[in-house]
Ligand binder design. Structure first.
Ligand SMILES: Nc1ncnc2c1ncn2[C@@H]1O[C@H](COP(=O)(O)OP(=O)(O)OP(=O)(O)O)[C@@H](O)[C@H]1O
Length: 302
């Protein structure tokens, strides 16, 4: 289940001209980034509240990584204002950086050190690191404490990446496509790790191409297209999804039928009255997050 405790009544993106939110974990206004003559981020506004999991969605090349890297302090911007944990990333020093956890796509898997040694070494950069064994337990790698990174499976390496991202006890964790290449069981285990981190109060900014992942984890999702935020909403409400009619499908007289209705319960009750037993092949569906996402992206490209 998705916790909504960190999400206020208003879930939308900031309005144009709205000032930076000093209480937000991340507050971005009018962000612009150009590479040569190409504009990768084109006036992006975004607030991410403390304690929430926010998923940034968007097609390849939409500007997600650029935005995230500017927030991490790895990339300069050409315009706009950004505050991350109250600090402008362009000027953030060591103390500010120590509050961030960054899980990159690369991975620490090639290290000659054991998992525990790696965590201890990495933790030494921080003033109040988590105990390596506590972190290994949190990510489900206790049994691999003495294993070297290069002997781990792909999914285990990813867990080690997360372990390295959280050993410094970050207030804000960036996760870039964290479950790419995971098998289904590993993804579910990873999701439960992310939820435990949220329960510990960690704010997380996640980029993902997996819409089921965004739906399972995120308090809010933001769809970025052509360098702008097209919409911010709870996963269940994106693109008017919460208000969309349900589609009832069934088979009657050997013919597959369907009906879009705002009152599916009443419709199914009437339908059931017409059949002596089970309504053949009955299904009630609402648009999935993927349906509304693809529609939004398609409209943007049109
Ligand atoms: N270092 C760079 N130099 C030139 N252009 C770049 C650079 N980095 C990104 N771009 C361009 O900026 C645009 C946005 O790229 P970005 O990596 O932010 O997108 P993304 O949404 O993260 O995409 P993906 O889902 O493929 O990771 C793209 O058109 C990309 O080609």
């Amino acid at each position: 289940m998705t916790s909504t405790s960190a999400v206020p009544a208003s879930t939308a993106a900031p309005r144009p001209g709205e000032p930076l939110d000093p209480d937000a974990a991340i507050s971005v206004r009018g962000l612009v980034k150009r590479y040569g003559t190409a504009t990768a981020v084109d006036g992006l506004d975004l607030d991410i509240r403390r304690g929430e999991i926010f998923a940034l969605l968007g097609p390849n090349g939409a500007g997600k990584t650029t935005t995230v890297e500017i927030c991490e302090g790895f990339r300069d911007r050409d315009g706009g204002e950004v505050r991350v944990l109250g600090t402008d990333p362009a000027t953030g020093g060591r103390r500010w950086k120590a509050q961030l956890g960054i899980v990159l796509q690369s991975g620490a898997g090639d290290s000659q050190l054991t998992c525990r040694e790696l965590l201890r070494a990495h933790g030494s950069y921080y003033s109040d690191p988590r105990d390596p064994d506590e972190v290994l337990e949190l990510v489900g790698l206790t049994e691999k404490a003495r294993s070297r990174g290069r002997t781990l499976s792909g999914g285990q390496r990813r867990r080690l990446d997360v372990a390295l991202g959280i050993v410094g006890r970050p207030a804000l964790l960036f996760l870039d496509e964290p479950t790419t290449g995971f098998d289904p069981e590993a993804r579910r285990q990873f999701w439960s790790l992310i939820r435990s981190l949220r329960d510990l109060g960690t704010t997380m900014l996640l980029t993902t191409h997996y819409l089921d992942e965004a739906e399972a984890l995120a308090d809010r999702v933001g769809v970025i297209a052509r360098g702008r935020l097209a919409e911010v909403a709870r996963p269940a409400e994106l693109g008017g999804r919460g208000r969309a009619p349900a589609v009832v499908r069934w088979t009657e007289d050997g013919v597959r039928r369907s009906e879009a209705t705002a009152t599916p319960t009443a419709f199914v009750r009437d339908l059931a009255a017409r059949f002596p037993g089970e309504v053949p092949d009955l299904a009630v569906a609402r648009p999935t997050l993927e349906d509304v996402y693809l529609q939004m992206i398609g409209e943007d490209r049109a």
